[in-house]
Ligand binder design. Structure first.
Ligand SMILES: [Zn+2]
Length: 413
């Protein structure tokens, strides 16, 4: 199925059409449903309506404050305390404090001070570039958080910076030492996301989300090693850290499919890679595809859907799908009871439906370190123009697969 662009042109504004065309359509026709835009899964909750109204009020208050000429940051006292207690460098504390008090020159900040600039986000054209958008909601920031050692997915809950900092209290109450490490790394990630944004606007230099991650982790490690400590925090997510195992061939007669999605160049380039291997570890298919998608979650879902469809065509009956995208696997394991984000709902539904057509189809989590072949194939696709099926007898594919089977188990990612 494809969008009828001439119909869209009749009814919608060009800006909205661009957004609509980004929405993935299902392979199998389904009835239209009504969704609520205030939650990630499109299901209405009283809590989300409450947050929506609070955000409206906060926006009104912000407008009022800026029109009355108030430029002094008004930061709630508990938040102020958390910022000054954060284990980070002083300039980052000042940055966070200014950011909470709307004291930074964001598109929104400048617009409210009557400075004639386009208040839109220069990366994704979101109409108002707020600090919350820059740090959490913009696709670029989301890629940074997801690609960081913390693998954070903020979803689309439209959380504000003040709300996020307030939530640090809970993190510290749970495990003070690790909480301080997590918050410290988060502070460096915020700072480098902000710096990348400024460099991109004022110096026209582009920094990839992965480069932002590396710079933040490096600065964080330097900060802690100056204090005689080099520990990286445990994952902030409630899920326990998985034990990393090396890649292993599937049991006979199963085929194993490994998928991975890659995003580069500030989200402008995206691609997927997948590899199919049998019970002897022999590669039967290796593909790189420069496919367009906007989030790693969407890319992983598209990769799995596309491959399952082809596996059915190849008469594979027993398939094991391995991906390093935990969030997607959680959604798939819950099947019809899951409520995925709206922007991938049709793809997840297609995958669940396709999986029922195999005699056996299971979805398994593999840590990124053990998913090297799929990861390399995905990255390779960034430099090609169309989907490429690599000859499986070529030495680079053979050597690549050899590297995967030799991947040694490690205690943590
Ligand atoms: Zn943006």
């Amino acid at each position: 199925m494809v969008w009828k662009e001439e119909e869209l042109n009749k009814w919608f504004h060009p800006d909205d059409i661009r957004v609509i065309l980004e929405v993935q359509l299902p392979l199998f026709p389904k009835e239209d449903i009504q969704i609520w835009g205030g939650t990630q899964n499109g299901i209405f909750t009283v809590k989300s309506a409450y947050h929506f109204l609070c955000n409206q009020q906060a926006l009104k208050d912000k407008l009022k404050a800026s029109s009355s000429g108030t430029l002094i940051p008004q930061v709630p006292k508990p938040v102020w305390k958390l910022i000054w207690g954060c284990k980070t460098i002083p300039k980052i504390k000042t940055f966070l404090w200014k950011a909470c008090g709307f004291g930074l020159a964001t598109g929104e900040g400048l617009h409210h001070r009557q400075i004639t600039v386009d208040p839109a986000c220069h990366r994704c054209s979101e109409p108002i570039e707020s600090i919350d958008h820059i740090l959490f909601q913009c696709e670029f920031a989301r890629a940074v958080w997801f690609g960081s050692p913390l693998t954070i997915n903020f979803g689309s809950e439209n959380m504000t910076l003040v709300e996020w900092i307030s939530s640090w209290t809970k993190l510290l109450a749970k495990d003070k030492a690790n909480g301080h490490l997590v918050i410290s790394l988060c502070s460096f990630l915020c700072w480098f996301i902000w710096k990348a944004r400024n460099n991109s606007i004022f110096n026209q230099t582009t920094t990839s989300p992965s480069a932002v991650c590396s710079m933040a982790v490096k600065a964080y490690e330097e900060f802690w090693s100056s204090k005689g400590d080099t520990a990286l925090p445990n994952q902030a997510s409630p899920h326990s850290t998985p034990t990393v195992q090396g890649w292993t061939p599937p049991p006979y007669p199963s085929m194993k499919l490994n998928c991975d999605a890659s995003i580069h160049g500030e989200g402008k380039l995206s691609s997927i890679g997948f590899v199919v291997r049998n019970s002897t570890g022999l590669c039967t298919l290796a593909v790189s595809d420069p496919l367009h998608f906007t989030t790693p979650l969407q890319g992983e879902a598209l990769a799995i859907r596309s491959r399952l469809l082809h596996a059915l065509g190849d008469c594979i009956e027993d398939i094991m799908v391995e991906s390093d995208c935990k969030e997607l696997l959680d959604l798939l394991s819950r099947g019809k009871d899951s409520s995925p984000p709206i922007y991938i709902l049709p793809i997840v539904e297609d995958i669940v439906y396709l999986s029922t057509m195999f005699c056996k189809c299971q979805f398994v989590y593999i840590p990124r370190l053990s998913n090297v072949v799929a990861d390399t194939l995905a990255k390779k696709a960034l430099s090609i123009t169309g989907m490429t099926t690599w000859p499986v007898s070529s030495s680079w594919i053979i050597n690549l697969c050899k590297g995967d089977t030799m991947c040694k188990p490690r205690s943590s990612e």
